[in-house]
Design a protein around this ligand. Structure first.
Ligand code: MOS
Length: 749
């Protein structure tokens, strides 16, 4: 880094500023995908297959087509030609594979769309679906990890190009000869994406130009996905997504609602909107795969790890691979000279898994941080002291330095704040009436990425700064933090900044994903502001006998509404009036981050939880939870805290509630709504807080900031599971640990 943003320049960054988009959202003025109007859009509704594997044998759409108000029933028979899905199993990085819909009578997974009905109203479309007659011939599918065991294979790479296997030394031999050993296998259930706003799209054609209003995290990936599927230049596809009601990974790429809306709108020459119902989200918007993860840990008698093995078996789809990088999560975590981490996949006849917040770390650390806790207990050690003893000085696999690593500080700070010292190490020691009380903790790590992108800024003669980029705000606070960054990078008041996001007409960014959104786009924005200021100063020097300048204009400073040069000051608008009467524009960029290569660069955290377990019903209730995190500079402590708490609550869900159930006979996800697929609600969460340690990672970017989006969920669930153990003395290694599992082993008290 050649430039650092010194503290003296930061007026707004670091402040807990309220969300700028908040008033729009609470007053209904934030327009979401399905709410956009364009003339009088028709309403499309998808019908899903009623078998998990097979072929459409008979299809009669005539009654549906004859219904008043129905404009189109699209099936594989009449859907326009699309690019084929492709034979290869792995998408090349940087390209989006075609995702055709309604292209074949073959059924690849339960609830795969078999028809789109387009009608004047949603109600008519839904009623018409009931009139479609369809029969299938069914084929034997593989719908469980058990049944897929013979087909288990090693993927060429895991997600993000991470190595399928990483073998350092001889972990098996070191484990076999270790005086202390721990060997256990944990399973995670499927998890489903359940954003408040399900996937939705409104497609509008204007000649060869297609505009799609949709709900997405990453605009360019939707644009490419649509363009590749419809075989059109991507320049002719515009994606608009200004407000998003939550995106947890499933909104990274194009899905059936978007493609089918585009096809139908073209066929009918009318705008068409299509949304997934909540039920359709479960099979059609991806999921987090199921995992079976084995941890084998060997230690010497002092508790120092000599061997660390993590074998992860995850489910994938038979027609498209998804290799969640779960076995990569521990590669930078604990010191151990001999190490082995491996991915294996079990192919099922389901839609493939997709990215879900903290892909890799979330399932890995739910299991792995329990394994660490179990081994610490076996060794007779405090779990924090055990982790500290096994803290590496350099990255344990890559032998590069850590850019920063405040994991130990997170654990110590958390222990202090939470009152860890009061914990009874012996399980089932604290009883209050019929409640068993326990405390647990876990650690967290998440890699930090910077994605390439650019950003345009424009200042007008009134000093109003307009910022444009195709970044999205998925509820995380992007509008707000980018305004803070723009104001500080320019040295102007926050109220002078306007942020425009979510349109492919704006410069391309890496979008919201992988925890890279804030830091990547803030870097491009900072660069744009730097260039804009340089341009203003240059023009001022070149063209003016400026009353503001000394001999060479040294020391030019933007400060609030004024500019300062030496001991003179003037209104910024007066300067702009002179040098930029028509306004001035600059485009800044950020390159793909390289520091991950030269350094081990991560964010860290520690979770602490206190639970009570009902001795009669087995119900686990969270009493309080604390997360302490180190993630570099925090742009906005209010939005950041909110995001961490959201992640932690998801961890609670993974530990106690979230359980996607695939019927091994028919291949349908049996829980298809939020009444049966449980996520934590307000009443489930006791006292919860998240705090950040003061940190500045000068290897990260000009701000010293790192991404936080996925850190909150990493390891969070394990602190709950470990607390349940501390409360009851029972270990359950199949997640979520629902009441039935707890009751089955809960001892009588
Ligand atoms: Mo994230 S899984 O890239 O939303």
């Amino acid at each position: 880094m050649t430039e650092t943003t010194g503290k003296q320049n930061l007026v707004f960054i670091g402040q807990p500023i309220d969300r700028l988009d908040g008033p729009f959202k609470v007053s209904g003025r934030a327009t979401y995908a399905y709410e956009h109007q364009h003339g009088e859009p028709l309403h499309g509704m998808l019908m899903g297959a009623g078998v998990g594997k097979g072929r459409i044998r008979r299809l009669d759409t005539s009654a549906a087509e004859a219904m008043p108000g129905v404009h189109l029933v699209m099936t594989y028979r009449n859907a326009p030609a699309q690019a084929s899905f492709g034979e290869e199993l792995t998408v090349k990085p940087g390209t989006q594979r075609p995702r055709p819909v309604l292209f074949s009578p073959d059924i690849r997974y339960y609830d795969e769309p078999v028809a789109l009905v387009v009608a004047d109203s949603l109600e008519t479309a839904r009623a018409a679906i009931q009139q479609i007659e369809i029969e299938y011939s069914t084929a034997q599918g593989i719908f469980s990890l058990e049944d897929a065991r013979e087909a288990v294979y090693a993927p060429a790479t895991a997600n993000a190009g991470l190595a399928t296997e990483s073998l350092i030394g001889d972990a098996e031999a070191a484990f076999a000869s270790a005086p202390m050993r721990f060997d256990a296998t944990y399973t995670n259930a499927f998890e489903h994406h359940a954003p408040m706003e399900p996937h939705a799209a409104l497609a509008v054609w204007n000649g060869s130009q297609l505009t799609i209003f949709t709900s997405t995290q990453t605009l360019w990936q939707i644009q490419e996905g649509v363009a590749n599927t419809l075989r059109m230049p991507k320049e002719n596809v515009r994606i608009v997504s200004p407000f998003i009601g939550g995106g947890f990974g499933s909104k990274l790429i194009a899905h059936a609602e978007t493609i089918s809306a585009a096809l139908a709108a073209r066929a009918l020459n009318r705008p068409v909107k299509v949304a997934f119902t909540r039920q359709q989200m479960f099979a059609n918007a991806g999921h987090r795969p199921m995992f079976e993860q084995r941890f084998r840990l060997g230690a010497d008698r002092s508790g120092k790890l000599v061997s660390f093995s993590h074998d992860s078996l995850g489910t994938t789809s038979r027609f498209e691979e998804f290799a969640e990088q779960s076995a990569s999560a521990y590669r930078s975590m604990y010191a151990a000279p001999d190490r082995a981490t491996r991915h294996r996949l079990a192919p099922l006849d389901t839609n493939r898994g997709e990215w879900m917040r903290a892909p890799g770390e979330a399932p890995a650390m739910l299991a792995g941080e329990c394994a660490i806790d179990e081994f610490a207990e076996q060794l007779g050690m405090d779990p924090i002291e055990f982790r500290i003893l096994n803290e590496p000085e350099r990255d344990p696999e890559r032998n590069v330095p850590f850019s920063t690593r405040k994991l130990v500080d997170c654990m110590r700070e958390g222990a202090e704040r939470f009152g860890w010292r009061a914990r009874q190490a012996k399980p089932a020691s604290v009883v209050e009436g019929r409640k068993l009380i326990g405390i647990g903790m876990s650690a967290a790590i998440r890699a930090n990425y910077i994605g390439p992108g650019s950003c345009r800024v424009r200042i007008d003669r009134q000093g109003e700064l307009t910022v444009e980029l195709d970044m999205t705000d998925i509820g995380t606070g992007t509008y707000t933090i980018l305004a803070q960054v723009a104001a500080d990078s320019m040295g102007i008041p926050l109220r002078r900044v306007g942020i425009s996001l979510g349109d492919t007409l704006f410069p391309r960014t890496a979008g919201s994903g992988g925890s890279w959104g804030a830091t990547s786009t803030a870097s491009a924005l900072h660069d744009a502001c730097r260039l804009l200021k340089e341009q203003i100063v240059r023009v001022a020097r070149e063209t003016l006998n400026s009353p503001f300048f000394g001999a060479n204009g040294e020391g030019f400073e933007f400060s609030g509404d004024r500019v300062i040069v030496g001991d003179r000051t003037a209104a910024l608008t007066d300067l702009l009036e002179l040098v930029a009467p028509e306004g001035m524009t600059a485009v800044g960029t950020v390159e793909r981050g390289q520091n991950l290569r030269d350094y081990s660069q991560h964010t860290y955290g520690a979770h602490f939880a206190e639970v009570e377990v009902d001795a009669d019903t087995g119900e686990v209730r969270l009493r309080r939870m604390l997360g302490v995190f180190a993630a570099g500079r925090i742009f906005n402590p209010k939005t950041a805290r909110s995001q961490m708490i959201g992640g932690m609550i998801w961890g609670i869900g993974a530990a106690l509630m979230e359980e996607g159930g695939l019927d091994p006979r028919y291949g349908n996800f049996v829980y298809g709504d939020l009444a049966s697929y449980h996520v934590p609600v307000h009443a489930d969460i006791g006292e919860i807080d998240a705090v950040f340690l003061d940190e500045h990672d000068d290897k990260a970017n000009v701000f010293g900031a790192k991404g936080i989006g996925e850190l909150g969920v990493c390891g969070a669930g394990a602190s709950i599971v470990n607390a349940v153990y501390n409360a009851t003395g029972i270990r359950i290694r199949s997640f979520p640990i629902t009441v039935d599992k707890v009751l089955a082993v809960l001892p009588e008290i």
